[in-house]
Design a protein around this ligand. Structure first.
Ligand SMILES: C[S@@+](CC[C@H](N)C(=O)[O-])C[C@H]1O[C@@H](n2cnc3c(N)ncnc32)[C@H](O)[C@@H]1O
Length: 355
């Protein structure tokens, strides 16, 4: 494609690639299960007595984020459930992983106890730190904040990680553009916009829309190239900065696509507040991300994606209820979520009634 490319919407994919992502993320299920069985003794502990999250956090010596990722996955696997007192307890299936129980299969799972991926997962769960920050590591992928060594501020690495997301974006962006009505908006701010493909799809759908992609300087060189390739360079501008520290430009719509899942709860609240403050009075905050169930008990593909996010970033997958709560705290009402593609959903918040 080039500047003479037709200005219609981006074409939609003919085949849904979701299954490829699910197979790819399957290893996280095996790693979390083995970690729970062979390194944290989750099953004998819960067989002994149901535990509240605080009690389990204390017993396993885990921070809230890793505990949540682990227990969401074990619940999604139907091994653990939550009782009427909000305590984690074993299911009948989970009892098969209690050592010494009549039909115990825990030794079989224990065969993988020293597999490199399992040991890496155990280390991440214990440290609550993303990959890349160890001595000699490249820095964290996808995230930048003051005081954190980030791969996104190194040209070759930021290009590698940014382009790794381009394929998924090309599959999903046309569906996002179909789900969100920006016909009344003229300015879109794409915070952490990466390649800018989501902005490009929205601009191609809405001819009066201009977009600002806000990201790290090395990432923005890719967004500039993409804008030229897709024939929207005259309507897309780039602004480099730190979304946590630098002023965000005012806009009619602000997009947080696959951003909040990279951060822990305090940073998510801060970002939602900062975006809400930058919105024009009738503006809309568009959160585009995967969704856990509101009770954080599944579904399994998102629980496994949450584990991937946990190991690479400072985030995890969140529920619509969590997003809605942060929007409400920032003075925004969220409309019900709508599915886009590849597990993603869109939630639109506004100061009036949700879209
Ligand atoms: C997971 S990617 C999402 C990219 C794109 N929105 C998408 O949906 O594919 C996260 C993006 O946030 C950017 N980012 C991370 N921390 C940032 C910060 N503090 N300020 C600005 N951009 C940041 C990264 O450089 C990266 O492009």
């Amino acid at each position: 494609m080039n500047d003479r490319a037709p200005a219609g919407p981006l074409p939609s994919a003919e085949v849904d690639p979701t299954a490829i992502f699910e197979v790819f993320r399957g290893s996280y299920g095996s790693e979390l299960l083995t970690a729970a069985v062979a390194h944290f003794d989750v099953f004998p502990r819960l067989a002994n007595a149901p535990c509240s999250p605080a009690e389990l956090q204390q017993a396993l010596q885990l921070q809230p984020r890793p505990l949540q990722v682990l227990m969401t996955a074990l619940r999604a696997m139907q091994l653990v459930t939550v009782d009427a007192q909000d305590k984690y307890t074993l299911t009948l299936l989970g009892e098969r992983l209690v050592p010494g129980s009549p039909f115990d299969v825990s030794d079989y799972i224990g065969l993988a106890a020293t597999a490199p991926g399992v040991l890496e997962m155990v280390q991440r769960l214990k440290s609550n730190q993303p990959a890349g920050l160890e001595e000699g590591g490249d820095g964290a992928a996808f995230i930048y904040r003051q005081g954190l060594r980030s791969a996104m501020d190194q040209q070759a690495l930021s290009e590698h990680f940014t382009m790794a997301l381009a394929g998924r974006a090309k599959n999903v962006a046309p569906e996002l553009a179909r789900r969100v009505d920006l016909s009344g908006a003229t300015t879109l701010l794409d915070v952490g916009g990466g390649t800018g493909i989501y902005s490009i799809a929205l601009m191609r759908k809405f001819p009066n829309l201009s977009a600002i992609v806000f990201d790290r300087p090395d990432v923005l060189t890719i967004a500039e190239k993409m804008a030229a390739e897709y024939g929207v360079a005259d309507r897309l501008s780039c602004q480099s900065g730190d979304m946590f520290a630098d002023p965000l430009p005012a806009a009619d719509a602000i997009l947080l696509s696959n951003i909040l899942h990279d951060w822990d709860v305090p940073e998510c609240r801060q970002l939602v507040n900062r975006c809400a403050a930058a919105l024009n009075p009738a503006g809309r905050l568009i959160i585009h991300d995967v969704l856990l169930d509101d009770d954080l008990g599944g579904p399994l593909p998102i629980a496994l994606y949450s584990a991937a996010l946990f190991t690479l970033t400072e985030g995890r997958a969140y529920s619509a209820a969590e997003y809605r709560g942060w929007m409400e705290a920032a003075g925004l009402q969220a409309a019900p979520p709508a599915a886009t593609a590849v597990h993603c959903h869109v939630l639109v918040g506004s100061r009036g009634v949700g879209e």
